[in-house]
Design a protein around this ligand. Structure first.
Ligand code: 0RA
Length: 640
């Protein structure tokens, strides 16, 4: 096999000798955590290997399947993992790939191997953390199979048939001894696979979740690549005239690829995601810096050259220019350096210069050739500049009034008695009646209740300034205590659990999404810190004889009903709102830390959050109408 490493050994080979035992002892070191993100990491690891085969030009499709027993199969039509004898280990290369820990996943070092960072720890890590793993390789005219358990060979490699095709099929069963949960989350996997397809133009990825009764094959394939990604993120938004096709700049130099797609909408938010080797660099880095610098400079140069600025040293700031911008910056490079605590910031400084150069060149050309959209982009930025000056004045006025100070807590807040924020929680409750129930139900030493009257303002449409003038938002900000925007300070949080508790109906869902929008836009660090939760009130109470059971979703209810034997008498109480529960029931099912289930809100996929928020609330009225009509059956009194 193409093992370049055997030619010059260096320090990194010491890691090669480390056994898979080390992986089982300290899984977090290799996959980040043993929670749900770590579990998903196993899938990404295999898929990344298949994507590498695609990037190298050998594979064109990847099929991912989750089976009813929570095992996962990944099939690609690449070259297949080599099966011939490895010169150093004197074993089939397939066995070496699956049982020897490789630093950085550089094993095989084939021409264009770009994975790295968070992923690329190697397929052997997945093997080490799987109760069972089966691999089937089609290569060199044959079909080869092999099996493992917890990283150890259980069936040595055997040729089981002939085939002219090539490719790799891996099925693994995550080890319940390692993971807190082995139940994959459908949405998280689907979103990531879709993202992979956006980032790798034309690559076909399918996803089948056989756990679902009506399992459909989801297909992701995009001929427009990241331009399609940008269009997807901007769906339902009003696009600036002349920009319906995103600006797409791509350049390949030596072993590096720089790609940027961008499009402006009439909204006020900046949505820019950056990737390095298909990894979402949540903390940005040099590629993002290069893009931002180039964007600001190129627009200002162009506007000056066109005589758009009245005064000589007039300038638009980067922030002004990025208002309403949706963009994807994707780079592929060998030896990416990932920095920061979560290794999600690109550090290679050559990418700053490279993205800056390449994007400047392409974008300046675009502006020259497309004067109409160029004018629109500048007009939009000038509007932002005006609004920013006005908002600053308004904010200064608000600050003087002391609205963002914690001195005067809102009257509606039933605060807890403990002052140590790390021990306390606040329930944000919809409506005064549910608020009343929650106040009676709570354990007042550590649980505070803030009832919200009416719908909170639609922050997406109103913008920060108008939202601040709403009473609801003001009491929310004051109760939480962190302030927001430039004045935000996480250490001032008055509670370390902020729990959104709404009715289990459409209105409740709407209020929840409004609250999440607010936190996402203006208090993102509280989400990052893991402070925001969603309470899970039950939907039903099932009584059989004297036994009562609370049921939290429709699927479970169906299952329960199917399990009840014929003849048995039962009654079902459906809770339409929190107000229908008496305080004891509310405590027992939803607020008692011993019984309740809280969903922690994460920004695992900020792109998805952004999208669901704008689908419901974006500025384009037509789209909102469509959305609401589509959901008309479920919707009652939805405030449009
Ligand atoms: C080692 C070397 C080569 C390919 C692979 C591994 C490989 C790994 C995976 C994992 C999933 N799908 C995969 N496809 C290929 C290079 C083989 C060659 O040079 O022919």
């Amino acid at each position: 096999m193409a093992d370049k490493k055997s030619q010059h050994y260096d320090g990194s080979d010491i890691q090669v000798l480390e056994g898979l035992e080390a992986v089982r002892k300290r899984p977090g070191m290799y996959i980040g955590s043993t929670g749900l993100p770590g579990l998903h990491h196993l899938v990404y690891e295999i898929v990344d290997n298949s994507v590498d085969e695609a990037l190298a030009g050998y594979a064109s499709r990847i099929d991912v399947t989750i089976h009813p027993d929570n095992s996962c199969t990944v099939i690609d039509n690449g070259r297949g993992i080599p099966v011939d004898k490895h010169p150093k280990y004197k074993k089939p290369a397939l066995e070496v790939v699956l049982t020897v820990l490789h630093a950085g996943g550089k094993f095989g070092g084939s021409g264009y191997k770009v994975s790295g960072g968070l992923h690329g720890v190697g397929i052997s890590v997945v093997n080490a953390l799987s109760k069972r793993l089966k691999v089937e390789v089609k290569r060199d005219g044959g079909i080869y199979e092999m099996e493992f358990s917890r990283g150890k060979v259980t069936e040595s490699m055997q040729k089981t048939g002939n085939s002219k095709a090539t490719g790799t099929k891996v099925t693994f069963w995550p080890d319940p001894e390692i993971f807190d949960t082995i139940v994959f989350d459908h949405e998280t996997l689907a979103k990531r696979l879709q993202q992979m397809a956006f980032l790798n133009k034309n690559l076909k990825i399918t996803f089948t979740d056989q756990r679902k009764l009506d399992a459909e094959v989801e297909e992701f394939q995009y001929s427009g690549g990241i331009s399609d990604f940008v269009k997807y993120l901007n769906e339902g938004k009003e696009i600036l005239p002349g920009l319906s096709k995103p600006i797409h700049i791509e350049s390949a130099l030596d072993d590096t690829v720089v790609e940027v797609a961008c499009q402006w909408n009439s909204g006020y938010h900046e949505v820019v995601y950056s990737f390095a080797n298909n990894i979402n660099t949540v903390d940005g880095g040099t590629h993002l810096e290069g893009f931002r610098t180039a964007l600001t400079r190129t627009i200002n140069d162009y506007a000056r050259k066109q005589g758009i600025f009245k005064e000589k040293d007039q300038n638009l700031t980067g922030e002004d220019i990025r208002e309403g911008l949706t963009a994807i910056v994707s780079v592929k490079l060998t030896n990416p350096q990932f920095e920061g605590q979560t290794k999600t910031k690109l550090g290679n400084s050559k990418m700053r210069t490279l993205v800056m150069q390449e994007f400047s060149k392409g974008f300046a050309e675009y502006l020259e050739e497309h004067p109409a959209p160029a004018k629109e982009i500048i007009k939009k930025a000038q509007g932002a500049q005006k609004a920013r000056n006005a908002a600053r004045k308004a904010r200064e006025a608000t600050r003087r009034k002391g609205l963002l100070e914690t001195a005067s807590l809102p009257g509606k807040l039933a605060d807890c008695s403990i002052k140590d924020a790390s021990m306390t929680e606040i329930y944000i409750v919809e409506g005064d009646s549910a608020g009343g129930s929650a106040k009676s139900a709570r354990e007042r030493s550590f649980q505070a209740i803030l009832p919200l009257r009416g719908k909170i303002l639609n922050v997406e449409r109103a913008g920060l300034h108008r939202s601040l003038s709403s009473d609801t938002i003001q009491s929310l900000i004051t109760a939480i205590g962190t302030g927001l925007g430039d004045d935000f300070n996480l250490e001032k949080a008055r509670y370390h659990k902020i729990i959104i508790m709404t009715d289990a109906d459409v209105d409740g869902a709407h209020i929840r999404i409004l609250l999440l929008t607010f936190f996402y836009r203006y208090m993102k660090p509280v989400i990052d810190a893991g402070y925001v939760y969603i309470a899970q009130p039950p939907l039903y109470r099932l009584s059989i004889g004297r036994k009562h059971e609370y049921i939290y979703n429709d699927d479970l209810m169906q299952k329960k009903l199917a399990e009840i034997e014929e003849g048995t008498k039962y009654t079902i109480q459906r809770y339409k709102g929190l107000g229908e529960m008496d305080p004891e029931q509310l405590w027992e099912t939803t607020m008692d830390p011993k019984n309740r289930t809280l969903l922690q809100v994460t920004i695992e996929d900020a792109a998805a959050a952004e999208r669901s928020i704008s689908e419901l609330m974006g500025s384009q009225v037509e789209y909102r109408k469509d959305f609401i009509q589509e959901h008309a059956k479920e919707v009652r009194n939805l405030d449009i």
